[in-house]
Design a protein around this ligand. Structure first.
Ligand code: ADP
Ligand code: MG
Length: 219
């Protein structure tokens, strides 16, 4: 029976899989925008790479009958790691696969989502030397996760709406920053004016999660 949209909390693994599938589909709709941003800062492939990663993640999820939320995140990370290539493939892969080292989660709430994302962020920060303000995906990811920490007692749809806004603000904050790491670094001050594509894809992913959490999800 379909659950009522906008009132969902405590999602089962199967409902969480539906939520993630929808969010990934929404991310895949933005590949042109992401390629365009990457043309100003890099080699113009971030959207294509993300699109390939999403397709592989959806293939991993397709046959999965998850018994934990961790499995879903790890599956997405595996798909992305295998297929995406480039700097962002490894980084997205490591981030999602961080759920492997989190305590087993069988119900998705704002609080358990935070636990999974925290593990991903920890692994990602061990992988990259990038810090806040270096004009990378971390400039959207860190504020999103800090915001979820503040919202961890709120119902998931409400928390995700606030988190998506924080991620978007983080992505917008990369406009004007000097890139300190990755391919964009070689452009120096010419790259300041551009918005970081990786931070933008992170923000689009969180917006997709927020949208998906407002929609009906079958139980
Ligand atoms: P590539 O730069 O290899 O072509 P993509 O175009 O797919 O990879 O992704 C570029 C994005 O990856 C950048 O906008 C940035 O957000 C992120 N990125 C690149 N290198 C790093 C890094 N070392 N740490 C964190 N994020 C990075
Ligand atoms: Mg690129």
């Amino acid at each position: 029976m379909p659950a009522k949209g906008g009132n969902l909390d405590n999602l089962s693994p199967s409902q969480t899989k539906q939520l993630l599938v929808r969010a990934l589909q929404l991310l895949a709709e933005q590949v042109d925008q992401l390629n365009e941003l990457d043309r100003a800062l890099g080699d113009g492939d971030h959207g294509t790479t993300v699109g390939r990663g999403v397709a592989a993640a959806l293939r991993e999820l397709g046959a999965m009958a998850p018994t934990s939320i961790n499995e879903i995140f790890v599956g997405i990370g595996k798909g992305m790691m295998k297929s995406m290539g480039g700097a962002s493939g490894v980084l997205y892969g490591v981030f999602f696969q961080g759920a492997q080292s989190a305590a087993t989660v069988v119900e998705l709430t704002s609080s358990t989502l935070l636990d999974l994302l925290e593990c991903g962020l920890k692994d990602l920060q061990a992988k990259t030397k990038a810090v806040s303000g270096d004009k990378t995906m971390l400039d959207a990811l860190i504020p999103a996760i800090r915001c979820l920490e503040q919202s961890r007692s709120k119902p998931l749809p409400e928390a995700l709406r606030i988190v998506a806004a924080a991620a978007e603000q983080g992505a917008n904050s990369t406009i004007g920053l000097l890139p300190k790491i990755g391919r964009a670094k070689t452009l120096g001050h010419r790259a300041c004016v551009a918005k970081d594509p990786g931070a933008t894809s992170v923000a689009i992913f969180f917006r997709g999660l927020a949208i998906a959490s407002q929609e009906p999800i079958a139980s």
